[in-house]
Design a protein around this ligand. Structure first.
Ligand code: PLP
Length: 401
C-alpha cells in the first residue's frame, strides 16, 4: 500500500483548467479570455522586439553559464529597483533598499512571505484585498502567515469600496501586513486614484501597518512606467518601510523565463544589511541562486538607453491596444442597448475587467458561446481583438437579457 494512499485529491487550478477546456473546444468561434497573458490582434503571443534584440546581443557575446550570486544578477536587480523607485529616490541614494532576484512575481511574493514570517512577530496578520490574485492566500499561508480579507471591490458600483477598505484597515490589529496591488489590480481592474492612495496611506500610517506591494503590471496599466509606480513611491516618500514583489512577466513578455525581484525598503543602510543577510539565508534554502538567462535579457534592456526607449514604446503599444479594446467593447454594449451600465469597461484598468457577470451567466458564455472566462466574471482584455470583440459583445448581450 502506498504511503500516499490517503492524500486527498486537491481541486484543479481554475485557470489552468480553463485553458485545457479552451484547447479541446473545436468551435472556430472560441475565444480565450481566461489567461492573463498579452496577445496580439491575431490572438498570438507577442515577443517584444527589444527582447529579440537583447537575446541576439547575449548570443553574440558568447557568455558563460556560471552560477549567479544568491541575490542574483546585480546589474539587473539594481536597474529593477531604479525602475520601481526612480533613480533619484532617497532610499536608493541612501543605500537602504535590499533587492533579491526571484522566480518572477510569484517567487518574490513567496520570498517576502518567508522573510516576514520569520522576522515579524508571530501572529501578525496579512491583509488581502477581497478579491485578490488567487495565489496570494496560498503563498502567504504556505509561509505560515495567517491571512484576512479587507474590503476592496464594491459589486454595486463595480468600483472601489473606499469607505469599506478604510474601515477594514482601521479595524485590523495594529502593525498588520497589508498586501496592496501597486497598479492594475487583479482580478478587478479597479485601482485607487492618487487621492484615494493618500487616504489609504493616512490610515495605514496611523495604524502602523506594513505595506507589501505586489507589482506585476508596471507600465501595463497606463502605458507609463512612472505613473504606474505612483503608489509605491508615494508610500516611501511618506516614510513607510515596505516590501515590493516585482514581476517582468507581463511588461517584458518574459512569462516563462521567471524574471522578478523582491525588494525591501528599510529605514537605514545598517538595517538594510541585517535584512539582506537574512533574505540571503532564506533564498539560499529555496533556490540557492536564481536563473541567469531571463535576468540577462532584462538587464540588457534596462541598462541600454536605446532599448529602454524602445521598450517604453512597446508598453504604450500593448496598453494602447488594450485600451482600444476596452473602448470598442463598451461602444458595442451601448450600441446594442444591453441592459446595465458598462462604464466600468473603460474605467477599470490593466489586463483585466470584472464584467459583473454572475457564475450562471459565465457558464452560458462558455457553454453556448465558446467564450472562456473565470467564474468570477473576469475577462482578460488582451484576449480581445478586432476579430472577436463583436462576438464577445453579442454573447454578453445574450446572457444578460
Ligand atoms: N501578482 C499578481 C497580482 C499577478 O496577477 C501575477 C500574475 O498573474 C503575479 C503576481 C505573478 O506572476 P509571475 O509569477 O508570473 O510573475
Amino acid at each position: 500500500v502506498s504511503a500516499f494512499a490517503d492524500v486527498p485529491l486537491a481541486p484543479p487550478d481554475a485557470i489552468l483548467n480553463l485553458s485545457t477546456m479552451y484547447k479541446s473546444d473545436t468551435s472556430d468561434q472560441k475565444v480565450d479570455l481566461g489567461v492573463g497573458a498579452y496577445r496580439d490582434n491575431d490572438g498570438k503571443p507577442w515577443v517584444l522586439p527589444v527582447v529579440r534584440k537583447a537575446e541576439k546581443q547575449i548570443a553574440d557575446a558568447q557568455l558563460e553559464h556560471e552560477y549567479l550570486p544568491i541575490a542574483g544578477l546585480k546589474s539587473f536587480t539594481d536597474a529593477a529597483a531604479v525602475l520601481l523607485l526612480g533613480s533619484d529616490n532617497p532610499a536608493i541614494v541612501d543605500q537602504r533598499v535590499v533587492s533579491f532576484q526571484t522566480i518572477s512575481g510569484t517567487g518574490a511574493n513567496f520570498l517576502g512571505a518567508t522573510f516576514l514570517s520569520r522576522f515579524y512577530p508571530k501572529g501578525t496578520l496579512v491583509l488581502l484585498s477581497d478579491p485578490t490574485w488567487a495565489n496570494h492566500k496560498n503563498i502567504f499561508n504556505s509561509a505560515s502567515l495567517e491571512t484576512q480579507d479587507y474590503k476592496y471591490y464594491d459589486p454595486a458600483t463595480l468600483g472601489l469600496d473606499l469607505a469599506g477598505m478604510l474601515s477594514s484597515l482601521q479595524d485590523a490589529p495594529s502593525g498588520s501586513i497589508v498586501l496592496l496591488h501597486a497598479c492594475a489590480h487583479n482580478p478587478t481592474g479597479v485601482d485607487p486614484t492618487q487621492e484615494q492612495w493618500k487616504r489609504i496611506a493616512d490610515v495605514m500610517q496611523a495604524k502602523g501597518h506594513f505595506p507589501f506591494f505586489d507589482c506585476a503590471y508596471q507600465g501595463f496599466a497606463s502605458g507609463d512606467l512612472d505613473r504606474d509606480a505612483f503608489a509605491i513611491r508615494y508610500f516611501i516618500e511618506r516614510g513607510f518601510e515596505c516590501s515590493i514583489a516585482q514581476s517582468f512577466a507581463k511588461n517584458l513578455g518574459l512569462y516563462g523565463e521567471r524574471v522578478g525581484c523582491y525588494h525591501v525598503v528599510t529605514r537605514n543602510a545598517a538595517v538594510a544589511n541585517q535584512v539582506r543577510s537574512q533574505i540571503a539565508r532564506a533564498s539560499r534554502a529555496i533556490i540557492s541562486n536564481p536563473p541567469l538567462y531571463g535576468a540577462r535579457v532584462a538587464s540588457t534592456v534596462l541598462n541600454s538607453p536605446t532599448l529602454l526607449a524602445e521598450w517604453k514604446d512597446s508598453l504604450r503599444f500593448m496598453s494602447g491596444r488594450i485600451l482600444d479594446m476596452r473602448a470598442e467593447l463598451r461602444r458595442l454594449m451601448l450600441e446594442k442597448g444591453t441592459p446595465g451600465n458598462w462604464d466600468h469597461i473603460t474605467s477599470q484598468i490593466g489586463m483585466f475587467t470584472f464584467t459583473g457577470l454572475n457564475p450562471e451567466q459565465v457558464n452560458y458564455m462558455v457553454k453556448k458561446h465558446h467564450i472562456y472566462m473565470t467564474k468570477n466574471g473576469r475577462i482578460s482584455m488582451a484576449g480581445l481583438s478586432t476579430h472577436n470583440v463583436q462576438h464577445v459583445a453579442q454573447a454578453i448581450d445574450d446572457v444578460v437579457r
